[in-house]
Design a protein around this ligand. Structure first.
Ligand code: HEM
Length: 512
């Protein structure tokens, strides 16, 4: 009997059936997607020995058609990524803050994490001067909660309306298809609020040498709501138990040369060796009345909450490499809007935009029924009246596809009711107050070691040296000077700029 290796999921099913029937695995044969046996997978059907290939070779046609459709649109950002599964264990009682079951001490919740770079295409090198995505899906007993963060505690901009422009300027050029520092810094020269994030990004901390050895942050403030309806504002921080380690500027090119898929190989290698990476989840907590006590806007995602203590609430362990990259990692869909009772959105203007954008792009990228894919499906039963759409396999039965109905009573869960927030004022389009664009960049710079400062100057000046528009270059230098005079002076020298001119531009900036 001819032995044929199994390829499709159908043959896997057939294999189980064969095993159930006591047949040997060798009996499994190759089939079409409709399950019919394939007689020859090496030669197309032709009109005689020298003639053309026949349209009636439906196995060939199906094989090519399926191949032609293998790719789906890559993520508009964060296209290059790596996924791993594991568990989150809650360790601290924070029922005074949140009623979410995922935080109940002793609860173990399965998770799927996707790490990523931001601007590169799907096959781009993993070592890039780019924030790293750190997206976690918690499959909780109350539905899915996605914490879609990055490896740095803040972001470049503070209003969602600027996000498409920020991405256009930083993605490869619309003409050459190559990333261009000129375009990026043209945008940043008009975006002083990015000064703090750029400072972190160009430090060694901004260039982690491994996904295992970096922290993660939720960046925005979220609301936690307890069983009494009390609200607190929180920020989330994943602290790596492996420690943090960055790549120094002089080591970046050699590291890409050595292995440009190092981040995935490192993570998967460790998990396969039984060295499961762990992160502890910490929160910072503020009472609503305390939001106003800072001299910056505490709901501005370009700011860290200085001086607010952190407390540990659990630990995540990644212990499994998915065995199908496409079905797990590529089709995973994380959305900041996906929350569970006890966790709600804050009024942060970036988060508010994100609440819309992710589920929207996922319906385009993966289709309307993307939440029923195994990687995205909640562990709890889904019971909604949403229906149909392409590739639906919900198994819904009966004609009551609306609610309320006398024929079928479904109850609402008061636990899922959202908290009430008092509002005041008029609709408006105005920037936030207490911007403090430069304050925390200076604080961060001054806290760096001598070596870290030198590495920051080396890395940032290298990119600023590509900026040919002199006005943009001087504007950027003035921002860094405004953050800290030593920082700005050293950058000006490293970019052959006139320090006096940089200082005079910085003097005209306000940091209110
Ligand atoms: C208004 C601002 C933002 C918008 C409109 C936006 C939009 C998007 C979109 C459309 C995707 C692709 C999602 C997909 O195809 O599944 C994405 C991915 C992602 N974004 Fe954002 N983003 C914003 C800001 C941020 C911020 C501030 C962070 C970090 C806190 C962040 C972290 C991520 C991560 C980690 C991913 C990758 C998720 C994954 O691995 O699938 N984004 N973003």
């Amino acid at each position: 009997m001819k032995t044929i290796k199994s390829f499709t999921r159908y043959s896997v099913l057939a294999m189980s059936l064969c095993m159930a029937l006591g047949l040997q695995a060798q009996d499994v044969h190759l089939t079409t997607d409709a399950g019919a046996p394939v007689g020859d997978n090496q030669n197309s059907q032709t009109a005689g020995p020298g003639g053309p290939t026949l349209l009636q070779d439906s196995h060939l046609i199906e094989k090519l058609q399926r191949f032609d459709r293998e790719r789906i649109p890559e993520r508009v950002v964060h296209a290059r990524g790596t996924g791993a599964a594991g568990v989150f264990q809650a360790t601290a009682d924070i029922s005074d803050l949140s009623k979410a079951v995922v935080f109940k001490p002793g609860t173990t919740t399965p998770v799927f994490v996707r790490f990523s770079t931001v601007m590169g295409y799907r096959g781009s090198p993993e070592q890039a001067r780019d924030p790293r995505g750190f997206a976690t899906k918690f499959y909780t007993q109350q539905g899915n909660w996605d914490l879609v963060g990055i490896n740095l505690p803040i972001f470049f901009i503070r209003d969602a309306i600027k996000f498409p422009d920020f991405v256009h300027a930083n993605k490869p050029s619309a003409v050459t298809g190559v990333q261009d520092a000129n375009l990026a810094f043209d945008f940043f020269a008009h975006t002083p609020e990015a000064t703090s994030m750029l400072t972190r990004l160009y430090s060694d901390e901004g260039m982690p040498d491994s996904y295992r050895r970096m922290d993660g942050y939720g960046v925005h403030a979220f609301k936690m709501v307890n069983a009494n309806g009390d609200v607190h504002y929180v920020k989330f921080h994943w602290k790596s138990e492996q420690g943090m380690h960055g790549i120094r500027p002089q080591d970046i090119a050699p590291s890409i040369g050595a292995d440009w898929n190092h981040m995935t190989n490192d993570l998967y290698g460790a998990i396969k060796n039984g060295e499961d990476p762990k992160w502890d989840l910490y929160i910072q907590v503020l009472e609503p009345k305390d939001l106003a006590k800072f001299d910056y806007n505490a709901l501005d995602d370009t700011k860290v909450w200085s001086g607010v203590p952190e407390r540990k609430i659990g630990t995540m362990t990644l212990n499994r490499v998915p065995d199908n990259y496409f079905e797990s990692t590529e089709q995973s869909a994380f959305a900041p809007s996906r929350m569970v009772p006890g966790i709600e959105a804050s009024e942060d203007r970036m988060l508010q935009g994100r609440l819309f954008a992710y589920a929207d792009t996922q319906m385009y990228r993966l289709g309307a029924n993307y939440q029923s894919l195994p990687i995205n499906r909640p562990l709890v039963q889904v019971s909604s009246e949403d229906q149909d759409g392409a590739m639906n396999s919900s198994g819904r039965k009966g004609e009551i596809n609306f609610e309320p109905s006398t024929a079928r009573e479904v109850s609402e869960d008061p636990n899922g009711r959202l908290v009430q927030t008092a509002l005041s004022g008029t609709t408006q389009q105005q920037a936030i107050d207490k911007k403090r664009n430069f304050l925390q960049a200076g604080e961060y710079y001054r806290a760096l070691s001598a070596q870290d400062k030198a590495d920051l100057i080396t890395a940032l000046s290298a990119d600023l040296n590509h900026v040919t528009n002199e006005g943009n270059k001087y504007t950027m230098l003035s921002y860094f000077y405004k953050a800290d005079a030593d920082y700005g002076t050293r950058l000006a020298k490293a970019t052959h700029a006139d320090v006096a001119r940089v200082k005079s531009l910085a003097d005209q900036l306000s940091d209110g």
